[in-house]
Design a protein around this ligand. Structure first.
Ligand code: SF4
Length: 360
């Protein structure tokens, strides 16, 4: 496994049993698409997200019905629950009372000081953090007037404004996001924020698009930040099933050597030398290893001419041959396997290696 990229140090903030920031680990977050008051549907979706590898889940809390559903949802899930509130401090109080592990609310948007104090005191009492969510599309009017349009400096200024409100009440369990749908703007805002304060950052490119275009857009933006060691939690926002958001997050973390518990697929692009139906096999193996919680590199290659050597870093792999497949480890061929069973053979070897890893 490649080395974990250097991470920018931040304060540590607890979200349920997880410690965000201050260490190397990044956590994958997603958001439900169900009506939060529909407990059955929400819990079912969270179960699917958990299974896919989601580590923190956020639910929208637009009304009291949603806030009242929090205790029951909380009881039936296994990962920390973040409750997202806009403007209404009473919903925040209800969510905190109901067991939210974190709330997302901007303290500058909930009216008079007494409201802010009530929310901060409740969060302090329960020991839960508050995420300040700055969004380029909804900056404070005075900041927009000052800069003329959404800028990275304006976004950081907005974050600092909300942070100061909390700090003045001696509240420091803060996580900040600075989302924009413009990738360059979001990257610049996060870079500046990482220098302006040391609270953990939740990364995201907002309204990034569909599964295909949004994944590319998010990976492009978040990739720059991850490479620089910026970010402590992340969400890929996509107009699709949120399980896909989690899968893309995992893939992105794996790309940067930031996931210590996931298997990676290496597959060749195919060419005229191909001797097996590689595209079908690659998809099948990718699906199979998606639930493996060990840092294995698994290769599937179209032929044995260059294949095993090209995939030298793979822990295990198969290469197509004439009517048979070759099983190889770290670039060395181990044995021949019949073509029609080679995928099954590979899966068995993957399971064996994963078991060895779990036993360590
Ligand atoms: Fe072509 Fe073989 Fe390389 Fe795949 S492994 S790209 S089939 S040479």
């Amino acid at each position: 496994m490649s080395e974990i990229t250097h991470r920018t140090k931040t304060r540590k903030v607890k979200v349920g049993p997880l410690t965000i920031g201050g260490s190397n680990e990044l956590f994958i977050q997603s958001m439900t698409t169900t009506k939060t008051h529909d407990v059955e549907a929400t819990v079912a979706e969270i179960a699917r997200l958990e299974e896919a590898g989601c580590q923190i889940v956020r639910v929208a809390c637009p009304d009291m019905r949603a806030a009242e559903a929090i205790p029951e949802i909380k009881k039936r899930i296994n990962i920390p629950l973040v409750v997202d509130i806009h403007f209404n401090y009473k919903l925040a109080l209800k969510a905190i009372e109901g067991g939210a592990d974190k709330i997302r609310i901007n303290p500058g948007n909930i009216g008079k000081r007494a409201n802010v104090e009530a929310v901060v005191n409740a969060a302090k009492e329960k020991g839960i953090p508050i995420r300040i969510g700055v969004n380029a599309g909804s900056l404070e009017r005075r900041i927009l007037e000052k800069y003329g349009y959404p800028t990275a400096d304006g976004m950081v200024e907005s974050a600092l404004y909300h942070i100061k409100i909390l700090e003045d009440l001696d509240f420091h369990d803060i996580i900040v996001s600075l989302k924009a749908s413009d990738v360059n703007l979001a990257v610049e805002a996060y870079e500046k924020a990482s220098k302006a304060f040391d609270y953990p950052l939740h990364l995201g490119i907002t309204e990034s698009g569909t599964k295909f275009s949004g994944s590319i857009k998010s990976a492009a933006g978040l990739g720059i930040l991850l490479h620089k060691g910026i970010g402590n939690t992340l969400r890929i926002s996509l107009s699709t099933d949120p399980v896909d958001e989690v899968k893309v997050c995992r893939e992105l973390l794996k790309t940067f050597g930031l996931a210590s518990n996931a298997a990676t697929l290496i597959s060749c692009p195919t060419c005229g030398r191909i001797q097996i139906d590689l595209i079908k096999i690659a998809n099948e193996v990718e699906e199979y290893i998606s639930t493996i919680k060990a840092p294995l590199k698994v290769a599937v290659l179209g032929c044995a001419v260059n294949g095993p050597g090209e995939a030298r870093e793979a822990d295990i792999g198969i290469a197509g041959g004439n009517g048979e497949g070759l099983l190889f480890k770290h670039g060395e061929i181990v044995r021949k396997v019949p073509e029609d069973t080679m995928v099954e053979e590979l899966k068995k070897e993957v399971d064996k290696l994963a078991k060895e890893h779990y036993a360590k």
